[in-house]
Design a protein around this ligand. Structure first.
Ligand code: SF4
Length: 502
């Protein structure tokens, strides 16, 4: 086991460096909102949304969105715009859809209760912002649509994906969804358009689903299992998102979840550790209980043993917390997979989480994060400001922070090792020094505690101990990102706050 002291030392080495965003327009209240170096200053939104209270027309008025858009010239310059692409670099396009039928108590993403009128206007705005990226000169092979729940309006989603394919050289689309949207109708619409469908299951245990307030909205564990078994073969990669280390989750519950995953027929599974952001800590304790990170490594080892242990494992690692099912089919190229007709789905190459495959990505949509050329950009979390920006021909960037060269190295070190392999040659090309020279303390610390399992002149790979360390490190990194989200949300005006928190 990795002691808590070692873990906290690693956290100090890597985190606390990323989260000091500055708002683009430097307004004082926004500066307070996004300057997140001191987490103790983060507000704690203890009141929860009344989920039974669906948003009506009044909410649309509160958010100030008009029923129709007037259009406008597309603005790719100015403070709210992302920078143009660097010639020769590969980018992924991230699109954020911030609507959900039910807001889960542990979730800190930018998401709002679904309301059809708002969502229709939003999708139209997304497509306008996508055209702005085209005007800037971007091209993409990969598109990731995340949320929220991108499938809340399936036809709007399809229009958005189709436009992306028309504007860019896209041949690989990942899309998130929830179990209740795993219907034959929606799947038929997505087949051939989406190559990786990722469904947020979280757990198959009905008691846990009820605690998460997901049972009534998204269905029981058994219903979800049956839907996945029926539809998993419809996509080249079908990912199931699970969460482990819920306070009331026992070892037996986790083992049952693993058995369901194995039975489900999914081609990929991601087990996220439960992560608590300050703004959701009270809603978490009121629903699922207080998070205890001490059990996390033991639970992670149970997961690894069930999926990749034994003489004939069914899965292999994709990254430190994602696993690909070992397919009997020979591995093929993505071009083969995406060009297969929908009636002949096959598992060829698995499409992995975008953070592993791509280091740089512009994001469109409210609450999207972009990482470009050493800068982190955050789009506005306000749906009203988002619409107003797009409607006036502007992009929606709201805050920005520059990663110093050393922080860019830390980010590369963390992301690549999370993906289980650090490319030393590329490191040398990009930073002009070795890993040991650039990140002396971090590198030797990893060596000293046995986190590095293999190293030669071209790569570094992790030991099993190192893999868990990356899980804990990424958990803390995402908690840091959640703090930025909390800060961005804290500068919403009272009318939007009340939509979120009642
Ligand atoms: S966990 Fe998923 S469904 Fe729940 S609020 Fe967050 S984005 Fe929406």
């Amino acid at each position: 086991m990795i002691s808590e002291r070692i873990q906290s030392h690693v956290m100090r080495l890597f985190n606390n460096h990323y989260f000091s965003l500055r708002p683009i327009d430097k307004a004082d209240d926004l500066a307070k909102g996004l300057n997140c170096q001191n987490s103790s200053g983060c507000p704690n939104h203890s009141s929860q949304l009344n989920h039974s209270d669906q948003l009506g027309t009044s909410s649309q008025q509160v958010l100030g969105l008009p029923q129709s858009r007037t259009g406008g010239t597309r603005g790719t310059k100015g403070t709210k715009a992302l920078p143009a692409p660097v010639l020769g670099r590969k980018y992924l396009l991230y699109v954020h859809v911030p609507f959900c039928k039910q807001l889960c108590p542990y979730c800190s993403f930018n998401r709002y209760p679904f309301q059809q009128g708002l969502a229709e206007v939003y999708f139209e705005d997304l497509r306008s912002e996508m055209r702005m990226l085209k005007d800037l000169g971007y091209d993409f092979r990969s598109l990731y649509v995340g949320g929220g729940t991108p499938t809340v309006l399936p036809l709007e989603l399809v229009r958005t994906i189709d436009l992306a394919k028309e504007l860019f050289s896209i041949n690989e689309v990942s899309c998130e969804t929830n179990p209740d949207d795993l219907t034959p109708e929606i799947v038929k619409l997505l087949q051939g358009r989406v190559q990786r469908l990722s469904v947020g299951v979280q757990s198959f245990d009905d008691q846990l689903l009820a605690q998460m307030q997901r049972f009534h909205s998204y269905g029981s564990g058994l219903q979800t299992l049956l839907r996945i078994q029926e539809l998993a073969d419809s996509f080249p990669t079908f990912n199931v998102d699970m969460i482990f280390n819920f306070p009331s989750q026992t070892e037996d519950m986790l083992i049952r979840d693993l058995a369901y995953v194995l039975e489900s027929g999914c081609s990929q599974v991601t087990f996220y550790p439960l992560m608590a952001a300050p703004s959701v800590s009270s809603s978490l304790s009121a629903t699922v209980g207080n998070v205890n990170y001490r059990r996390e490594q033991y639970f992670y080892e149970i997961i690894c043993e069930a999926l990749i242990g034994g003489a004939n494992p069914e899965f292999e690692f994709s990254d430190a917390w994602s696993f690909n099912r070992l397919a009997s089919a020979p591995s093929g190229s993505v071009d083969q997979a995406v060009n297969m007709p929908p009636e002949q789905p096959q598992k060829l190459r698995r499409i992995d989480e975008y953070i592993v495959d791509y280091e740089e990505y512009p994001a469109i949509g409210s609450g999207g994060f972009s990482y470009l050329d050493g800068n982190l950009y955050v789009n506005t979390f306000s749906l009203r400001d988002y619409h107003n920006s797009i409607n006036s021909g502007q992009m929606s960037v709201y805050g920005k922070t520059r990663f110093a060269r050393r922080d860019q190295m830390r980010y590369r070190f963390m992301m690549q090792l999370f993906g289980l392999r650090l490319d030393k040659k590329r490191w040398l090309e990009d930073f002009g020094c070795s890993v040991a020279q650039g990140l002396t303390a971090e590198y030797f610390f990893f060596q000293m505690i046995g986190a590095i399992g293999y190293e030669d002149e071209s790569e570094i790979r992790l030991s099993p101990k190192g893999r868990y360390l990356m899980v804990a490190l990424m958990r803390e990194f995402f908690i840091g990102v959640n703090k930025v989200r909390d800060k961005a949300r804290s500068s919403l005006d009272p009318s939007e706050m009340s939509v979120l928190y009642g």
